[in-house]
Design a protein around this ligand. Structure first.
Ligand SMILES: Nc1ncnc2c1ncn2[C@@H]1O[C@H](COP(=O)(O)OP(=O)(O)OP(=O)(O)O)[C@@H](O)[C@H]1O
Length: 242
């Protein structure tokens, strides 16, 4: 989806953000970042670099030790708990550890995420069927998620995150358990959400294959510091990084 960096306000903005876990584990140090509406943004970095921490800060599952975080122009530190709940209804989160209810079916796991929308059962089932078809999981709809392979569970977690057509999708290591064919399905899901719903998508990943062929912005976290990915042109850095 095209965007104009000169006129858009960022959907997500971090200014000089640090996160230090007790007693003194520095996960992020002085991170400033803008992510614009309609972007697909990749966050790379080695294990322990701080990717999950950054994702959790954006949806306020963690709070920063220092710095400002704004989502849709609102300072997260000033939003009430009820306001955070409302904000999260517009954010889809695909967790690295999936967080599925293993004794519930695929349909139930995804449908549960949609109950907040008060959609009809018919509309919920149609959406679930659409997402499962996109992710090649149609035959798993009535299976318990605990009985699926890790790769299948990972795709169910993505379908659940995508279910409400979120304004912002945060995907933490979304292809960690997938083969190339399933990885392609996930990339197509991101494109679909981005183009059809205008969803902004933030992907934290080790997996070069999901950003190698794209024109999208890639930034690299190293020991809590953020910089442009070494393989990306400097022009991109100037365009996006203030
Ligand atoms: N709840 C926590 N308490 C203490 N330390 C934490 C906590 N969560 C993360 N850390 C530490 O913060 C640092 C960054 O962790 P984070 O999970 O954000 O990295 P990551 O880039 O997502 O790694 P991975 O790719 O392995 O998931 C690591 O040193 C990690 O051990």
């Amino acid at each position: 989806m095209p965007r104009d960096a000169s006129t858009d306000k960022p959907l997500v903005e971090l200014v000089n953000v640090a996160k230090i876990y007790p007693p003194d584990i520095v996960a992020l140090e002085d991170v400033s970042l803008r992510i614009y509406k309609g972007e697909i943004f990749f966050l790379t970095g080695m294990s322990g670099a701080g990717k999950t921490t950054l994702i959790k800060l954006i949806c306020r599952l963690e709070t920063p030790t220092r710095g400002l975080i704004e989502v849709a122009g609102r300072d997260l530190s000033r939003i009430s708990p009820a306001g955070i709940q409302r904000m999260r209804q517009k954010i889809g989160i695909a967790y690295q550890d999936f967080r599925l209810l293993e004794k519930q079916t695929v349909l139930q796991n995804i449908a549960m995420a949609m109950e907040v929308t008060y959609a009809s059962t018919k509309a919920i089932h149609a959406r679930v069927d659409e997402l499962l078809a996109l992710l090649n999981l149609s035959d798993k709809r009535d299976k318990l998620t605990g009985e699926l392979s890790r790769g299948e569970q990972q795709r169910v977690a993505l379908a659940r995150a995508a279910a409400n057509g979120p304004s912002l999708l945060l995907a933490d290591e979304p292809t960690g358990n997938l083969d190339p064919a399933a990885t392609e399905l996930v990339i197509n899901l991101f494109r679909h959400l981005n183009e059809k719903n205008g969803s902004t998508i933030v992907v934290a990943t080790h997996d070069k294959s999901i950003y190698a062929e794209t024109e999208h912005r890639v930034m690299d976290l190293r020991k809590g510091h953020l910089s442009a990915h070494p393989n990306r042109a400097p022009r991109q850095i100037e365009l996006f990084e203030a």
